[in-house]
Design a protein around this ligand. Structure first.
Ligand SMILES: Cc1cc2nc3c(=O)[nH]c(=O)nc-3n(C[C@H](O)[C@H](O)[C@H](O)COP(=O)(O)OP(=O)(O)OC[C@H]3O[C@@H](n4cnc5c(N)ncnc54)[C@H](O)[C@@H]3O)c2cc1C
Length: 466
């Protein structure tokens, strides 16, 4: 993956706008560009577009949407921005938070009203750190269905998505203006395509062990749960062109992936009263801090494992989620009618487990917080039948990336924008601060959808002006 001089290069074809990557970010950018009347092609290395987007739960945070309005949810750009800023402990760029929050509602309204996406408000629980119901997702809560909706919308809008088109080189002149790209096809043949502007929507570097070792050594051996094709190309190309990067140590982890089944178990279980214990039957953290930072905490327990414990009331809450159905079908969810049976089934010391559950009962009655700061008084006591899932911590996606401005243009270290390069989604620096604890649920698709639309609109404007 390299950037080379465009001098003397003849391109086989020319397209005004090229977009690298057909995940949520690339497809949304393409829809926005098409709506602005600009011809564009999305170049996707896989034979079928999926990306991390298809692996996700498809939950897109957005405020002031028509869907929220219909449900009488009172939310605003300021409230959403404050939630993101607080989770990132003030270490994310407030102006980019504002840009993304401001763009989030109009993007959801546009995707549903203009492009026919079926999105509903996720109700029944709040994700950690969100003060309002603002997750919009396909009814199945499945990222594959979100991708299905976006691919259909792209087809209907006349967007060309070229699959099996791995972008392996970028050609630029000596002012860092992109002139075109090389694509390598599955049969190793290559084509050169010229362009007037380029959007990098090819996510971060979760699939690149060397970059993980360099930037996020703590997670280099963790299970990577994202798309393997995300190799950090955007960051490497951007850097070669003089683009600045930020927060390359930031990532979204997840402390609740069923082991060994590799199925995501919704954090809603924790938010509504579930707990995690280690192999000694002991809790080790405040589960409500967030699922991202919980990945490292689970990985630091014996064998890098923990048990999610919950009851029938909580199972009812998530039983409609596609992931949970799969987990049950694959035998990842154990059921027990008593603490003794639970302890025996999950092979943890029964006395310790009993003490853990007794302590929670006491905290609820006494209305006291535990030693980690968790307030149990807001949820009922766990009651039989109990359920348990063995989980591990994993890396979902990286959150650092190319520094962009409010038009999604890639910036240099001295704050100048590169002539015709844009980045969005996981290719751009997110709004989660420098580490794992700053990720507010949905920050990933927020950047893919809100910034993706901005990138498409801005690139279309630039290309239109050429
Ligand atoms: C299990 C899981 C659950 C998640 N759940 C949520 C959630 O509910 N809400 C949320 O907000 N976020 C969630 N996320 C994060 C979210 O999925 C990502 O932030 C988001 O999908 C990023 O979108 P993207 O378009 O930037 O990248 P992707 O969807 O990964 O798309 C990038 C595309 O670029 C292609 N590509 C890469 N390099 C090249 C190249 N050189 N040439 C051509 N193509 C290339 C890849 O093949 C890929 O198709 C989750 C992540 C995981 C792993």
């Amino acid at each position: 993956m390299s950037v080379v001089s465009a001098e003397g290069v003849t391109f086989d074809a020319g397209i005004p706008l090229l977009i690298v990557g057909a995940g949520a970010s690339g497809l949304v950018a393409a829809l926005a560009a098409r709506d602005a009347g600009v011809e564009c092609v999305v170049l996707e290395r896989d034979l079928v577009p999926s990306g991390s987007t298809a692996l996700s739960s498809g939950m897109i945070p957005a405020c002031e949407t028509r869907i929220q309005h219909d449900k009488s949810v009172s939310d605003s750009v300021q409230v959403m921005a404050a939630d993101i800023f607080k989770k990132a402990r003030g270490e994310a760029d407030p102006s980019m938070i504002d840009v993304m929050c401001r763009a989030s509602g109009p993007a959801i309204d546009w995707l549903t009203a203009t492009h026919g996406l079926d999105l509903t408000l996720v109700e029944g629980f709040l994700y950690p750190g969100h003060s309002q119901l603002r997750m919009h997702a396909p009814p199945s809560r499945s990222g594959a269905d979100l991708m299905g909706g976006l691919v259909r919308a792209a087809e209907n809008a006349g967007v060309d998505v070229l699959c099996g088109a791995h972008v392996t080189k970028i050609y630029a002149d000596d002012t860092a203006r992109i002139k075109g790209v090389k694509i390598t096809r599955p049969d190793a043949t290559t084509e050169l395509i010229g362009c007037s502007a380029l959007i990098l929507a090819c996510n971060g570097f979760g699939g690149n062990p060397d970059m993980l070792r360099k930037y996020i050594p703590d997670m280099q051996d963790a299970l990577y749960f994202g798309h393997p094709g995300n190799q950090g190309d955007a960051i490497n190309w951007g850097q070669s062109l003089g683009g600045a990067t930020r927060h390359l140590g930031a990532y979204q982890g997840h402390g609740s992936v069923a082991h060994p089944h590799g199925i995501l178990i919704s954090w809603a279980l924790m938010m509504e009263g579930g707990i995690q214990v280690n192999c000694d039957g002991v809790r080790f953290s405040n589960e409500l801090d967030g699922y991202s930072e919980q990945a490292r905490r689970v990985l630091s327990q014996a064998e890098g494992l923990a048990w999610n414990l919950f009851d029938g009331r909580l199972r009812d809450l998530v039983v409609g989620f596609e992931d949970f159905k799969q987990a049950e079908a694959n035998g990842a969810v154990l059921k027990a009618s008593s603490i003794d049976e639970l302890g025996a089934k999950i092979k943890v010391p029964i006395a310790e487990l009993r003490a853990t559950l007794e302590k929670i009962r006491h905290l609820i009655t006494a209305r006291e917080k535990d030693e980690f700061g968790r307030d149990f008084s807001v949820n009922p006591t766990l009651k039989p039948p109990f359920y348990a899932v063995k989980v591990t911590g994993s890396l979902f996606h990286t959150q650092g990336g190319l520094k962009v401005d409010s038009s999604a243009r890639v910036l240099t270290a001295n704050g100048q924008s590169l002539p015709n390069l844009f980045a969005s989604g996981g290719a751009a620096c997110g709004v989660s601060g420098p580490e794992d604890w700053g990720y507010l649920s949905g920050n990933g698709l927020l950047s893919a959808i809100a910034l993706g639309r901005i990138a498409g609109q801005s690139a279309a404007k630039l290309v239109g002006a050429n």
